[in-house]
Design a protein around this ligand. Structure first.
Ligand SMILES: C[S@@+](CC[C@H](N)C(=O)[O-])C[C@H]1O[C@@H](n2cnc3c(N)ncnc32)[C@H](O)[C@@H]1O
Length: 270
């Protein structure tokens, strides 16, 4: 994998790990407490950060399937995967889950999961995904960008930059359709609350002391500004100066989503 990409993924993985909502793990483990083995599918598994987070925190024996469209990320993950005695089996599938969702047999899994994945999907995906997962016991999508970030100290152009960033998040991310961007949690919650008890919990990144991370994020903003042929040099200089002087704070709002199949009289409604 590209060195820049690798560095960013490592930086992000640590921040993601610390930001995830821990109550969700408690709820998942409580739900599966009487199961010896659980089967899990990780959508948009990338280089494996969702697996690395969950594998040691889930209490059951685990059978994992990893699904991604990218051969490159999948090969990297495959090469570096670390197993443990709780991991009974794992397999990797190259599938475009936007256009070929039916290729995943969701009935095979107890837990359907993904991280930093929902916001790149098109609006039509959510109903389709729900159709295949009406009976899934647990659906868990972590770290969904929620449309807000803040740098401190403030600058007069902050709001404009946020709007440009959010507009970019809703643009076509190479899939031929507009992405839902910050609306992803609202959309997934809307469909699953019909049959599942749903939770939308906070997983905000607070990287106020992580200046390296802030520089990366600032560079993403710079790229978006340049792509749109806009001029926010004053804002960029101001932000860079504050980061370099270690006088900058940064938070970005994410939400974690959990859906647990509702029971009637202690039985699942299938
Ligand atoms: C932002 S990354 C998240 C990766 C990982 N889950 C994490 O938390 O670091 C999004 C992942 O979705 C994958 N992806 C994008 N479009 C996809 C599609 N249509 N089908 C399957 N995976 C896709 C990308 O290859 C990438 O690995």
């Amino acid at each position: 994998m590209h060195e820049f990409q690798n560095k960013w993924l490592n930086l992000r993985e640590t921040v993601d790990r610390n930001s995830r909502n821990k109550r969700i793990l408690y709820l998942i483990n409580k739900f599966f407490k009487n199961k010896k083995n659980i089967r899990i599918v990780d959508l948009g598994s990338g280089a494996g950060s969702n697996y690395r987070f969950l594998k040691s925190r889930l209490l059951n024996n685990q059978y994992w399937s990893f699904v991604d469209i990218s051969h490159k990320s999948t090969n990297y993950f495959k090469k570096n995967i670390k197993l443990s005695s709780k991991i009974k089996k794992n397999n990797f599938k190259i599938v475009d889950v936007i256009n070929n969702l039916e290729k995943i047999n969701f009935n095979d899994y107890n837990l359907v999961t993904g991280s930093a994945f929902l916001d790149i999907l098109p609006k039509t995906w959510f109903k389709n995904f729900y159709k295949f997962n009406v009976d899934t016991e647990i659906v868990y999508f972590a770290l969904n960008y929620n449309g807000n970030f803040k740098f401190f100290p403030k600058h007069k152009d902050d709001k404009k930059i946020l709007n440009i960033f959010n507009k970019d998040q809703k643009s076509d991310k190479g899939i031929g359709e507009l992405a839902v961007g910050p609306d992803c949690t609202k959309l997934i919650n809307k469909v699953f609350k019909r049959t599942h008890k749903t939770y939308v919990l906070d997983s905000t990144w607070d990287v106020s002391k992580n200046y390296e991370f802030q520089i990366y994020f600032l560079n993403f903003c710079r790229e978006i500004i340049q792509k749109n042929k806009l001029n926010f040099d004053d804002w960029l200089k101001f932000r860079l100066k504050n980061i370099k002087e270690k006088n900058s704070r940064f938070i970005l709002n994410n939400k974690d989503f959990l859906a647990i199949k509702k029971k009637i009289n202690n039985k699942f409604i299938f």
